[in-house]
Design a protein around this ligand. Structure first.
Ligand code: DX5
Ligand code: ZN
Length: 217
């Protein structure tokens, strides 16, 4: 069954505890977006907020690192309570490193390891890492901001990745992030997505619990 991962980037930060508790009761994962103003043109939050959230979350924390040099921070995020950690292939490109190094570090921390790419990175670049990671994160908007419009092309990219996994007989989870709502959830699941990140469509909804249920339909 598909996992729903509401992104607290879209939560009401003055009522963060209330919003985390809503998600606890209805979702499968809590998505936590870390931005450094370098890999992406925006800043968000880091360790102190994650630790506070970890203190009340009853579902696993899914930390999405939109930062350069994630290798420096993976262990601290794991210690702060992350169960899933993803980082971007572009971060390894920028550092001139093989992303396998980052994957190995995350594995040694005992978390589920995810490899993310923005919409302009060829999805085929993920293929060599299918045996190494636990999941892939296909961005369906350019990483950096919540509330953007879903890029339709993402559905085909997910299908391409899923087809390659099936061809080689190693099927991993595919997470999709950005502009996900009940209007595209079905198509994403049919294409092969198994984890749906949803910020605005959950937390800006009048009834977040119902919005989560709608994503499962
Ligand atoms: C964007 C983040 C997303 C964001 C999704 O860079 O990675 O997780 O919170 O927000 P929505 O669902 O509003 O597009
Ligand atoms: Zn995210």
């Amino acid at each position: 069954m598909v996992k729903i991962a509401p992104s607290i980037l879209a939560a009401d930060f003055l009522h963060l505890e209330r919003d985390v508790r809503i998600v606890n009761d209805h979702a499968d994962l809590l998505h936590f977006d870390v931005m450094d103003g370098c890999l992406v043109p925006n800043l968000s939050f880091g360790f102190p907020v994650l630790e506070a959230v970890a203190g009340i979350a009853t579902i696993p924390l899914d930390v999405h690192l939109m930062i350069v040099n994630p290798d420096k921070y993976i262990e601290r995020f794991a210690k702060a309570g992350a169960s899933y950690i993803s980082f971007h292939l572009e971060a390894a490109d920028e550092a001139g490193k093989d992303v396998s190094e980052y994957i190995a570090i995350a594995k040694s921390c005992g978390v589920k390891v995810g490899l993310a790419i923005d919409p302009d990175v060829p999805v085929e670049r993920l293929f060599p890492y299918i045996p190494e990671v636990d999941f892939f994160l296909i961005m369906s908007v350019f990483a950096g901001f919540g509330g953007q419009k879903f890029i339709e092309d993402s559905i085909g990219r997910i299908a391409t990745l899923k087809a390659e996994m099936e061809r080689i007989g190693i099927v991993k989870d595919i997470e999709v992030d950005g502009g996900v709502s009940s209007s595209n959830a079905r198509a994403l699941k049919e294409a092969g997505a198994t984890m749906l990140v949803a910020g605005s469509s959950v937390f800006k909804a009048e009834d977040p619990a119902q919005a989560i249920a709608d994503l499962r339909l």
